[in-house]
Design a protein around this ligand. Structure first.
Ligand code: G3P
Length: 217
């Protein structure tokens, strides 16, 4: 399973990369607003940190302006993935951009049928938002299972990029289902290493090693 950092914070991205966990980055308008920086500058800097796909989202809602924005975004670096919303115009843009070799991430997916349409439009990534479904007491992971089954039934190449990840458990369940990618905040990616028994075990080993009075180097 590949991991993307879901952030516009370059310090966080460097930290995840130093842990060997970074396969790419996703951003969205809310994350760019949170960074307080110029959108294109942030995307350019991130593309200098990773060779993996870096999702940059269009701001327009109509097809023509989306295409103009996509043209600016994809010129920033060769690993820019254009992110479009799951709307009729977004799917039209996906079809056109994918047709000429641009990687497209279709975002704000909340149903299996929406995911089916994105695959038919040639999306490289579909981003189902599991956390936001859980927030309204629906089952985000059920959506991931259903999309997995549909894509496997028809051999679609579109990659399932689990988004709106809030917990380590989301990552585990997505991996068990066979999702291709997960994008998560740095805090969630860093939490994957944690287990209280690991900490307790280290404490015991450190104490016992001290008793031996030895040193390895
Ligand atoms: O990048 C899209 C998605 O991951 C947003 O997550 O936490 O705002 O629902 P969230």
């Amino acid at each position: 399973m590949k991991f993307f950092a879901d952030t516009g914070d370059v310090a966080e991205i460097r930290e995840i990369q130093s842990m060997g966990l970074l396969d790419g980055v996703t951003t969205n308008p809310s994350l760019i607003a949170k960074s307080g920086r110029q959108f294109k500058d942030v995307i350019k800097e991130i593309c200098g940190i990773t060779d993996g796909p870096v999702s940059a989202e269009v701001a327009a809602l109509d097809y023509e302006t989306m295409m103009k924005e996509a043209d600016v975004l994809r010129k920033i670096a060769k690993n820019v993935t254009v992110k479009v919303p799951l709307t009729v115009d977004g799917l039209r843009a996906c079809k056109a951009l994918s047709g000429d070799g641009t990687m497209v991430n279709v975002t704000l997916c909340f149903s299996p049928n929406q995911a089916l349409l994105a695959a038919k439009a040639g999306a490289h990534f579909i981003s189902p938002f599991v956390g936001r479904l859980d927030d309204i007491h629906l089952d985000g992971m059920e959506l991931i299972s259903e999309i997995r089954q549909i894509y496997d039934n028809y051999d679609y190449d579109t990659n399932i990029l689990v988004a709106s990840v809030r917990t380590a458990n989301h990552i585990k369940e997505a991996a068990l289902i066979g999702a291709d990618y997960a994008t998560a905040p740095a805090s969630v990616l860093k939490s994957l290493v944690k287990h209280p028994l690991t900490d307790k075990g280290i404490e015991g080993f450190v104490a016992d090693w001290k008793k031996t009075g030895q040193s390895i180097i």
